[in-house]
Design a protein around this ligand. Structure first.
Ligand code: FES
Ligand SMILES: [Fe+2]
Length: 341
């Protein structure tokens, strides 16, 4: 294990909870990016994520704070704060303090998840959090799938970039996931903050087959460093979301979600049980990766095999745009090291 040398304060969308963890009237306490935060759901259903401390005398709003209609009331002196973090009521004074504001985060709820936009420079979101259905433009929706199955691992010593690098790492599939042959990448598109990786892969058959003959694969979309969604084709219909969120300077929370496609079947109960089982298998494979990542030391510049240069150089160069300090393993260094062999 080693503290990642990459910034733990990257810009982008990051998952901080699941929607069903925060019901109407709930105040939920959490810590991400080294900041204490609260999320709370107003009577209207609107969800707010804000810094945890009251701007009056600094009470933590997560311990005794109360949702009153559409505002959050501090447990200490009853000051009320709006969904924009504005002070809207001081109960023992006619006027609120209009100048004071608790910082809030842009929030979206998507695919049963709560995502916040984190940016140390406080810029507005400049790309979208990917939707595991809509992002693939194939008219699919949650109705076509069984309910989401989840994995949650708290405070692991790993960095979000490790997880994304998995997406260009063709060689690990055979060793970590026991695929019979090495997958082949058919698309690497790192031109925008939302990037695309497609590959052909099979979990069937033996090592005598040729990857060119395989008729199954995965399409992946990375929405920045925090959220990646995948869609499979030519195998059991599944979609996944991996969401890695830095907690502090050395650890991240890992969330992984799987959807298995519904199929017309005479025996619905049996089909649902099969889907459960398959979902668990997909989660098990992701956990195999987690075991590597959580003990990994970031290698920069890495020793790469010839065929690995292109993918790793592209993803590391792409990742740099999300780091406030620009540290992310320079592509030039990666390339130079690769040339030296
Ligand atoms: S500290 Fe919140 S109202 Fe006083
Ligand atoms: Fe993997």
């Amino acid at each position: 294990m080693a503290k990642p040398p990459l910034s733990m304060k990257p810009t982008g969308w990051f998952q901080v909870a699941w929607s069903d963890e925060i019901g109407v009237g709930d105040v939920h306490t959490m810590k991400y990016f080294g900041e204490d935060m609260v999320s709370w759901r107003a009577e209207s259903g609107a969800l707010t994520v804000m810094n945890a401390y009251c701007e009056h005398l600094g009470a933590h709003l997560g311990y005794g704070g109360k949702v009153v209609g559409d505002v959050l009331q501090c447990p200490f002196h009853g000051w009320q704060w709006s969904q924009q973090g504005r002070n809207v009521c001081i109960p023992y004074q006619e006027r609120p303090n209009r100048g004071r504001r608790i910082s809030t985060y842009p929030v979206v709820e998507r695919n049963d998840s709560v995502y916040i936009w984190h940016d140390v420079e406080r810029r507005e979101p400049y790309f979208d959090a990917p939707d595991v259905f809509a992002a693939f433009g194939d008219d699919s929706s949650a109705d076509d799938y069984y309910p989401q199955q989840r994995l949650y691992r708290e405070s692991l010593e790993l960095h979000p970039q490790y997880v994304l690098e998995n997406g260009v790492d063709f060689a690990h599939f055979k060793y970590v996931h026991n695929t019979p042959i090495v997958p082949k990448f058919t698309r690497h598109d790192f031109g925008q903050p939302v990037s695309f990786v497609d590959f052909t892969i099979t979990f069937q058959g033996d090592d005598g087959q040729q990857i060119e003959d395989v008729n199954s694969g995965v399409e992946a979309i990375n929405g920045g460093l925090g959220i990646a969604v995948t869609k499979s084709w030519g195998m059991v219909d599944n979609r996944t979301i991996s969401a890695i969120t830095p907690v502090d300077e050395s650890t991240s929370d890992v969330r992984f979600m799987v959807y298995i496609g519904r199929t017309p079947h005479r025996d619905q109960a049996r089909a649902a049980a099969k889907a459960q089982e398959f979902g668990r298998e997909v989660i098990r494979q992701f956990e195999q990766d987690v075991e590597i990542w959580r003990h990994q030391r970031y290698s920069d510049p890495p020793a790469l095999a010839t065929e690995e240069y292109q993918g790793f150089t592209a993803i590391r160069q792409w990742a740099k745009q999300f780091y406030p300090d620009g540290i992310g393993g320079s592509a030039a260094e990666v390339y130079a090291a690769a040339q030296k062999g």
